[in-house]
Design a protein around this ligand. Structure first.
Ligand SMILES: C[S@@+](CC[C@H](N)C(=O)[O-])C[C@H]1O[C@@H](n2cnc3c(N)ncnc32)[C@H](O)[C@@H]1O
Length: 479
């Protein structure tokens, strides 16, 4: 039988969504795909709206308990035949991949038909069915009308998803974007979902929230919060107890020290200066730059002395950087740097999209936009696994400070205080497995390995770290 995308919303979540409407008492509200009727039931209980609904599956439709209810006008059929105007639309649209849409011809549904129906809001033929449902819903909404939908997050940052978003914001305001943590559906479908509320024909800011679904209990958080995902059992320790953490090299004036205009390379070292130059989870193919690294006891060549003199003149003329200007005025050797021993693991100080702890393959030096992590008494690949998993990423996403433009700043103490399983408690087999996964991640960069590590470490943390992490990240990055 063709897939009709039948995943049913929990009654508590349907109630939560219905309560998001701010329509007049006698508003006309449509559920375009009734399923078992969670939204209709909630609309009947919690509003005085006139309720309309459509369901294509005959058996489901015939089983609905509301037929004959004077406030309901429900029909069996295809939503893409609907052309009436509504004040409100609420839906959990069917999730049907584009390749599967062709199996729906027995129901009178073809891709050509839905593309034609959505012609006013065109989208790529690769769109999932839920996108067509929302776009057609938008077409049926009156100006000022509201559409509330729960659907997968998979569209975010994909080419088709970007087209979808463009269509939505051309015609409406995304008033609310709610990332959902936990399972909002009956049964146990593994989908990462969001709830959006659109208002047609208006503009304005989007309000971001997170909805936590714990069984039938719901609660929402506006923005950042910091419960830890660690269960708090004794099997956990802080990273600072098993590793040493420090910042990379600070120069005070990168322009003068990095790629210096000097032929003499005696005191130049290779350095990683940008997290963007790291591909995957190791520095194997990283782009290196040169840095002038004159230590306390180094003797300068004539060329170096002349370069330092030029730099001093420039700093004094410019009056900056102030800290170096002050040192020059006090006659200090401002150009001599403290060069720490390179560390085997690296972590970027500012996060854009993905977090990652990176294996420093050739033990390169790094600038102070990285943290350097050296394990005290455990093997590096084991530590790669203990750090590269969603339990740890979630802690960092919770603790980091937002830095504008969706960036997240991670402080040294956030890294030092990370709660990770105490390696002493692992069996030999666990150590071998985690070490092998850490090595595989380093060598292949495959993100599915992070899922495997997360699962292996699950017993030490609360469930759902990945979903919660992704929800927080959606909140931070916006849509
Ligand atoms: C994801 S379920 C959601 C059901 C219900 N609203 C809920 O939230 O529990 C989607 C429903 O849409 C129905 N459906 C699929 N294609 C449809 C179409 N073209 N027109 C109307 N209903 C459709 C499916 O049979 C299914 O019951």
């Amino acid at each position: 039988m063709a897939n009709l995308g039948q995943i049913f919303t929990k009654q508590s979540v349907a109630d939560f969504m219905v309560e998001m409407f701010t329509l007049a008492d006698n508003a006309k509200v449509l559920d375009p795909c009734i399923g078992g009727g969670a939204f209709v039931e909630s609309l009947l209980k919690h509003t005085s709206y006139q309720i309309y609904g459509i369901e294509i599956d005959e058996a489901l439709f015939n089983a609905l308990p509301f037929i004959g209810n004077s406030r309901c006008c429900l029909r069996k059929g295809d939503f893409f035949d609907e052309m009436a105007e509504y004040d409100g639309i609420i839906m959990n649209p069917p999730y049907i991949r584009q390749e599967e849409i062709s199996y729906l011809t027995p129901y009178g549904i073809t891709k050509q038909k839905i593309q034609e129906v959505c012609a006013m809001m065109p989208i790529s033929a690769k769109a999932n069915m839920y996108m067509y449902f929302i776009l057609h819903g938008m077409q049926l909404l009156r100006y000022g009308g509201e559409l509330i939908a729960i659907f997968p997050n998979a569209w975010i940052n994909t080419p088709v998803g970007n087209q979808f978003k463009e269509q939505i914001i051309r015609h409406s305001q995304i008033q609310e974007f709610i990332s959902v943590c936990g399972n909002p559906f009956e049964g146990n479908p593994a989908v990462d979902v969001c709830i959006i509320k659109l208002k047609k024909g208006t503009t304005g800011k989007t309000h971001y929230r997170i909805l936590y679904v714990d069984g039938n209990n719901l609660y929402t958080k506006n923005s950042k919060f910091s419960p830890t995902n660690a269960i708090g059992n004794e099997s956990l320790t802080r990273l600072k107890n098993i590793a040493t953490i420090r910042r990379g090299i600070t120069t005070g004036a990168n322009k003068l020290f990095i790629s210096p205009q000097l032929c003499d390379t005696t005191h130049q070292i290779n350095i990683i200066t940008s997290p963007k130059s790291i591909i995957g989870y190791s520095t194997q193919n990283v782009r290196l730059e040169n840095m002038l690294a004159i230590r306390k006891s180094d003797r300068l060549s004539d060329e170096e002395q002349s370069y330092i003199h030029q730099c001093e003149t420039k700093i004094l003329n410019d009056g900056k950087p102030l800290s170096l200007k002050n040192q020059i005025e006090k006659g200090k050797s401002w150009f001599r740097l403290n060069i720490p021993t390179p560390a085997p693991l690296l972590f970027a100080y500012i996060i854009r999209k993905n977090m990652k702890f990176v294996y420093n393959t050739h033990a390169n030096h790094v600038r102070d936009n990285f943290y350097m992590i050296t394990p005290d008494n455990i093997n590096v690949y084991l530590l790669m696994s203990l750090l590269n998993n969603y339990h740890v990423y979630l802690q960092l996403e919770q603790q980091g400070k937002t830095y504008g433009n969706g960036l997240l700043k991670i402080q040294a103490y956030d890294i030092a205080d990370l709660q990770i399983p105490n390696p002493k408690q692992f069996t030999g087999t666990e150590i071998s497995l985690l070490t092998a996964l850490g090595k595989q991640l380093t060598e292949t960069g495959k993100e599915c390995i992070i899922d495997n590590i997360t699962t292996l470490l699950e017993s030490h943390y609360k469930n759902n770290s990945k979903i919660e992490y992704l929800a927080l990240r959606h909140n931070r990055l916006g849509i």
